[in-house]
Design a protein around this ligand. Structure first.
Ligand SMILES: Nc1ncnc2c1ncn2[C@@H]1O[C@H](COP(=O)(O)OP(=O)(O)O)[C@@H](O)[C@H]1O
Ligand SMILES: [Mg+2]
Length: 271
């Protein structure tokens, strides 16, 4: 049973541990044209098995924040803690997986072989000890029966499902998603939003999810980190809870509209 399922069934207490703790974080990039402060004084926590969305204007440091958590850019000040470890230790323990806007599948490999890829390029060519069964992951993302298809035979939404399955194959504790559905049409995005919530509940993975879509941020997140630009700072860390279950129809409710209106006001978007 996953932690999320155990909490849902009342088997364990619902006060989760902290998965990610960011304190007073600054990231500066030094180049020939001078230094850019991408993030400054950023602090927040993500609970274990939590789902946090991130909103902010282009260039405010959302991707940089995900990369700093995953130890892909050096930090200039402050600290990041991932399940009690440094980002470097967490990266070496393969705690992270990324999903980007572009599915970046290998075009000559079948769906199932794309999902298996991280197992083949695992720890210095050795076997990855903890992994999920690629076939089961295809079922989880709704692609059973498509194992032998090639990427060009799939729609954009299906390709993103493959990239989610591939991200989950090493059983990451943290899934970092950078505008993963930004290139999809609205119908596919809606479908994947609902399915991602189901996948999150079934796997108990901690998720940080960057988006430009206010409704998507409100629909998916238990919390939404709203950043302001230049340098990126936390505008507000918004708690999002709904009395109605998270199904797409909920977006027409008054409470949902109130949340999106608040997020828009923080982003200074017209309401
Ligand atoms: N590797 C880098 N070198 C120099 N500047 C960078 C680098 N990565 C990001 N930046 C700068 O940091 C700021 C934040 O970028 P980014 O995190 O990509 O923003 P967002 O994802 O919110 O659009 C931008 O000003 C960007 O130009
Ligand atoms: Mg970005």
């Amino acid at each position: 049973m996953t932690r999320a399922a155990a909490v849902a069934s009342g088997c364990i207490e619902a006060s989760p541990a902290t998965a990610i703790a960011v304190r007073d974080l600054a990231v500066r990039f030094d180049g020939d044209a001078g230094s850019v402060t991408a993030l400054d004084g950023v602090g927040f926590e993500v609970p274990e098995a939590g789902f946090v969305t991130m909103l902010g204007p282009s260039g405010c440091g959302k991707s940089t924040l995900l990369r700093a958590v995953a130890d892909l850019v050096p930090i200039s000040a402050g600290s990041i803690n991932v399940f009690g470890r440094t980002p470097e230790q967490a990266r070496r323990a393969r705690d992270f997986a990324f999903v980007f806007q572009d599915a970046t599948l290998l075009p000559w490999r079948s769906v199932i072989d794309n999902v298996r890829l991280p197992l083949e390029v695992g720890r210095r060519g050795g076997a990855v000890e903890q992994h999920a069964e690629p076939e089961e992951l295809l079922a989880l993302v709704g692609l059973e029966g498509r194992a032998d298809a090639l990427p060009h035979e799939l729609s954009g939404g299906m390709r993103q499902r493959v990239s989610i399955a591939r991200a989950l194959v090493c059983r990451p504790r943290v899934l970092l998603m950078d505008e993963p559905f930004g290139a999809l049409d609205e119908i596919n995005r809606d479908k994947l939003n609902e399915e991602l919530l189901r996948i999150w509940q079934e796997t108990g993975t901690t998720i940080m999810f960057v988006t430009h879509s206010v409704p998507e941020a409100a629909f998916l997140g238990q919390k939404c980190l709203v950043l302001s630009a230049q340098p990126g700072r936390v505008r507000e860390y918004v708690d999002i809870s709904f009395t109605s279950p998270r199904a797409l129809g909920m977006r027409d409710t008054l409470e949902f509209v109130q949340v999106t209106a608040h997020l828009r006001s923080l982003l200074e978007l017209p309401r």
